[in-house]
Design a protein around this ligand. Structure first.
Ligand SMILES: [Zn+2]
Length: 392
């Protein structure tokens, strides 16, 4: 259990960061309740043809129960109950799977969010306690979901004889789909731009998605988040110390010197390895095979790589800018390479297909990136810049 001190420290960090961004938290209103209700209705009407009346009613009851639980969850006014609940749900799944697989499970750190401007997670030390705070970028989950959704729009699938559907990632088929459905590239571009320009991925125009694609997007998003969380558990499990350094950007009148943890490249690579094992075990505990679990970890870096380049193009007008000695993470491409190498040493027959699947997904995202880059360059020339909070 995280201490009260840790929670209070987090509240003060939020206060500083929000003030620095000139933002104030918006209290929940009746309009939010109406919106949630209409989202539930939309979702149910999309599914009802597929799952029949009884199952639809069960789904409705489940969603409404969850909604009531959410409203009863207390979180600080700076955090979103749904996101925090989601993080704990991921942690529950992962810890349970780890115990069954015989992995050690560390005590759960305080899981929270902060608009950090890193497409990632930061670890902070609670002053005077040594306790760690594991903070996801406030919109990380939203971006992971919408990016998975945008990619799912691009992927061709075929119906299988047993009534299911199989996603096809062969490059030629993906290219063909993009030619016939150029709106998938546009949507991906709108998402990246909204996230970098406003900090809120949901500011991109929203769209309904057919159930097969949407289910697939949900699975990919789950795997991505499990990997991100598993990576943080990896640091704890390995007893990494990192290097504490002042995080002046989080300071404020009452909080002179917060410190963040900067991990060494070696520690990052080790945490990636642990995160991979943990997230694959968690996905397997939900019935997904190794390639699907691996895809989440691999896609995490593919996604980060797109955002890093997009920030560079918007800010500097070019894709590659050296990150310098101050970077807290080694480049995502390098980490993705190491991850594939780590997996290739696993002695299971699924490894080959996992790596091929991940490579194909990477290529699909590259097609989207190639489409987006000239638009970003044009936007840069017209004066658009990413929010200051985004670090390059
Ligand atoms: Zn790390």
């Amino acid at each position: 259990m995280a201490s009260r001190q840790a929670q209070q420290f987090l509240d003060r960090l939020h206060e500083n960061v929000w003030q620095g961004m000139n933002r104030t938290p918006r209290p929940r209103s009746a309009a939010d309740d109406t919106e949630v209700q209409s989202m539930i209705d939309q979702l149910l009407s999309l599914r009802s043809g597929l799952i029949g009346r009884k199952k639809t009613e069960e789904l409705r009851a489940g969603l409404q129960r969850n909604e009531r639980l959410l409203r009863a969850t207390t979180v600080s006014k700076y955090e979103d109950a749904r996101t925090i609940q989601g993080l704990h749900r991921l942690a529950d799944t992962m810890e349970r799977a780890a115990r069954i697989a015989g992995f050690p499970v560390p005590e759960r750190p305080l899981l929270g969010t902060l608009p950090t401007g890193r497409v990632n997670v930061v670890t902070l030390v609670v002053p005077g306690t040594g306790e760690h705070l594991v903070l996801f970028e406030s919109e990380f989950s939203g971006f992971a979901y919408l990016a998975s959704k945008a990619v799912a729009e691009l992927l061709p699938y075929r119906r299988t004889p047993d009534g299911g559907a199989a996603i096809e990632l062969e490059p030629a088929k993906v290219r063909e789909r993009l030619v016939r459905h150029p709106e998938s590239a546009r949507r991906f571009g709108e998402l990246v731009t909204a996230y970098l320009e406003t900090g809120v991925p949901y500011n991109a125009p929203q769209y309904l998605q057919e159930p097969v694609r949407n289910t697939w997007a949900g699975v990919l998003c789950e795997a991505v988040q499990l990997f991100a969380l598993g990576h943080e558990y990896g640091h704890i499990l390995r007893g990494h110390l990192g290097q504490q350094r002042p995080a002046a950007w989080l300071g404020g009148p009452e909080l002179a010197e917060p410190e963040e943890v900067a991990w060494s490249n070696q520690e990052e690579v080790e945490a990636d390895g642990e995160g991979l094992s943990l997230s694959i075990a968690a996905m397997q505990s939900m019935g997904y095979d190794l390639p699907v679990g691996f895809l989440g970890a691999d896609f995490f870096f593919t996604m980060t790589h797109v955002l890093e380049r997009a920030i560079n193009v918007l800010r500097h007008g070019r894709e590659n800018v050296s990150t310098g000695a101050n970077a807290t993470h080694p480049p995502s491409v390098l980490r993705r390479m190491v991850l594939r190498h780590v997996l290739s040493r696993h002695n299971t027959p699924e490894v080959e297909s996992a790596i091929m699947l991940a490579g194909n997904l990477e290529n699909a995202v590259e097609l989207l990136w190639r489409d987006l880059r000239p638009h970003l360059l044009e936007a840069h020339r017209a004066g658009m810049r990413p929010l200051r909070q985004w670090r390059d």
